[in-house]
Design a protein around this ligand. Structure first.
Ligand code: GAR
Length: 226
């Protein structure tokens, strides 16, 4: 089956979902501000009131909302509140940026083909949690980051872009996480830019990157190792 990602009108309206520090949100804010991503961030939602990313958004003059999962009786009501807020802000693309709640199929269907996630491992290896520790324990020589479309299976949707990062002999999970995070900050803006320019086509599990007229063979999606 071939799905076409609709070509959005400019500027694309982004919604960003966070739970914590929001350094990936900051990377998106910075690359929208300097014109690399042809979009505007219409809304930032956090499920935690103490997420530092909220402060980053406020500093940038972006509307924020705390939707606390614990203040809702169940997951459907928590997710409906987020769907309503994103729709009220006319959000066209939703970016999960360190959002640490698993989303149900209902939410995912509401934004099918319009929902991206960044994951700190080279998917399909190491989905889920504690991925840096697991990559080290598995003896992998490389890990990295992946930006992908979100589908109903956790961390398994079509991959847009990946960055490869070496695992060094004396790495612990936090050293590796910090090295990966640096590359996430380049990778997520790149993937969002490609989406915003209407250059992504989902073909089954694969994502094709197009230039204006056809398939662009010269788009390198692997960040330099270092
Ligand atoms: C990032 O490393 C992101 O890839 C990861 O959380 C961190 C958030 O950092 N996301 C996940 O593990 C999702 N399963 P940030 O808040 O500084 O962007």
């Amino acid at each position: 089956m071939t799905d076409s990602v609709p070509v959005p009108r400019a500027p694309l309206r982004l919604g960003v979902l966070i739970s914590g520090s929001g350094s990936n949100l900051q990377a998106l804010i910075d690359r929208v501000a300097d014109g690399f991503i042809p979009a505007r961030i219409a809304l930032v939602i956090s499920n935690r009131a103490d997420a530092f990313g909220l402060e980053r958004a406020r500093q940038a003059g972006i509307p924020t909302l705390v939707i606390d999962h614990k203040a809702h009786p169940d997951r459907p009501s928590f997710e409906q509140a987020m769907i309503d807020a994103l729709n009220a802000s006319q959000v066209e693309l939703v970016c999960l940026a360190g959002f640490m709640r698993v989303l149900t199929p209902r939410f995912i269907r509401a934004f099918a083909g319009r929902l991206l996630n960044i994951h700190p491992a080279l998917l399909p290896a190491f989905p889920g949690l504690h991925v840096q520790q697991r990559a080290i324990e598995a003896g992998a020589r490389f890990s990295g980051a992946t930006v992908h479309f979100v589908t109903e299976e956790v961390d398994a949707g079509p991959i847009i872009a990946q960055a490869v990062v070496p695992i060094l002999d004396n790495d612990d999970a936090s050293a590796l996480a910090a090295r990966i995070l640096k590359h996430e900050h380049r990778l997520y803006p790149l993937a969002v830019k490609l989406y915003a320019e209407g250059r992504l086509r989902i073909e089954g599990q694969r994502v094709r990157v197009m230039d204006g007229d056809g398939i662009d063979p010269d788009v390198f999606l692997i960040a330099p190792v270092g």
